[in-house]
Design a binder for this molecule. Structure first.
Ligand SMILES: Cc1ncc(COP(=O)(O)O)c(C=O)c1O
Length: 367
């Protein structure tokens, strides 16, 4: 029996029910289910929020990365540098275009790409870098931007887990050439189904992305290239238009919940608490601990026995996934993180009492 889930979307819906129900009803009444005014309005709202010129609503964050890379001009045989420790979609998008993911180890504190290890991996075939702002924490965009400028590389930010997060005051997604957002339900801005968005300042990338989104056609039935069918759903856009107004507030609540966990967990043996690096504004998509001494799986099982959900993001680093394991890479910090990470229950409206229960179960489980 699950007593405390790893993520609970219900309290937010209860709070915003009237607004969300009205938004959904509005779409039903309008009969505009594909693209239409809610999608346009959401694209405009995100453009204003991030301070970017173009936003292209898509049906997932994965598609935002695929289409983003394609719009940049990444193709067969090109190398794209990224972290070894992310959700598979990041590397999958690269492989979809027959480009080659080049995996870099992570910084053990932030879990993000170790920027001191990128330069060694740059070759004449390198075209782009995809930093992933994992768990809501920014990658070091200063070093990445500097490398990209020196070597003439594109940056595509994978912001799936960090919408609303910042690096030195700059909103994530608006730093590289392209930002890829996901509105998967558990994300900081979560829809009630799939959704994603590509954001960019560049007119050409935006034009290409819009064309790819609708079967490679700028004008309906006059298809110019082979594209996709990957539009942001109108019902999801309507819901997201409501929720975007609360994104900053809900990220503040996530940060408060993270602060409470940090205080409650300080001094618990065998557990490493996540830290916010200087320059980052962490939006805690996840509150991810390290459970040291090889005890992670046993701790997770003990929490489950007490009805407490937790998640392992991710049990296998990307270079070790069956799809890539033949490469035979060894990437030590990513491998260690995969063995130690445990994300504990966190959502914006989680209350202190629930957190206390998680912490007391955790204290017992690590003993
Ligand atoms: C880091 C990262 N990149 C990409 C994605 C893909 O997003 P989506 O599920 O919207 O396709 C996700 C989320 O699922 C993710 O966590």
């Amino acid at each position: 029996m699950i007593k405390i889930p790893a993520y609970d979307p219900k309290p937010e819906y209860v709070l915003l029910k009237d607004e969300i129900d009205a938004a959904i009803q509005g779409v039903l009444d309008s009969g505009r289910f594909i693209m239409g005014p809610e999608v346009t309005r959401f694209e405009e709202n995100v453009a204003a929020y991030l301070g970017v010129k173009h936003t292209v609503g898509l049906n997932s964050g994965t598609d935002a990365i695929v289409i983003g890379l394609q719009a940049l001009g990444v193709g067969a045989g090109d190398e794209v540098i990224t972290t070894a420790f992310s959700f598979f979609a990041t590397a999958e998008a690269i492989s979809h275009l027959d480009a080659v993911p080049i995996f870099v180890d992570i910084d053990p504190v932030t879990f993000n790409i170790d920027v001191s290890k990128i330069e060694d991996k740059i070759t004449e075939r390198t075209k782009a870098i995809i930093p992933v702002h994992l768990y809501g924490h920014a990658a070091d965009m200063d070093v990445i931007t500097d490398l990209a400028q020196r070597y003439g590389l594109w940056i595509l930010e994978d912001v799936a887990q960090a919408f609303g997060g910042k690096w030195k005051g700059k909103k994530l997604g608006a730093i590289g050439e392209i930002g890829a957002l996901s509105f998967f339900p558990t994300k900081n801005l979560g829809a009630y189904g799939d959704g994603g968005m590509l954001v960019t300042e560049n007119d050409d990338y935006a034009r290409m992305a819009k064309m790819l989104r609708t079967h490679g056609a700028q004008k309906k039935y006059y298809n110019q290239i082979v594209g996709y069918n990957t539009r942001l759903d109108a019902l999801q856009a309507a819901i997201l238009n409501v929720k975007l107004n609360y994104l900053d507030h809900s990220n503040t609540l996530r940060r408060k919940a993270a602060e409470r966990y940090s205080q409650m967990l300080a001094g618990v043996d065998g557990v490493t608490i996540p830290r916010e690096a200087s320059g980052a504004y962490h939006v805690y998509h996840q509150f991810t601990l390290r459970i040291r001494d090889g005890k992670r799986d046993q701790v997770q099982a003990k929490l489950a026995e007490r009805g407490i959900g937790s998640m392992v993001y991710y049990p296998v680093p990307m270079h070790r996934l069956p799809v890539y394991q033949d490469l035979g890479w060894q990437i030590p910090q990513a491998e260690l993180a995969a063995a130690e990470v445990l994300s504990v229950p966190l959502w914006p409206l989680i209350d202190e009492e629930t957190q206390r229960e998680v912490v007391s179960a955790l204290e017992e489980a690590v003993r």
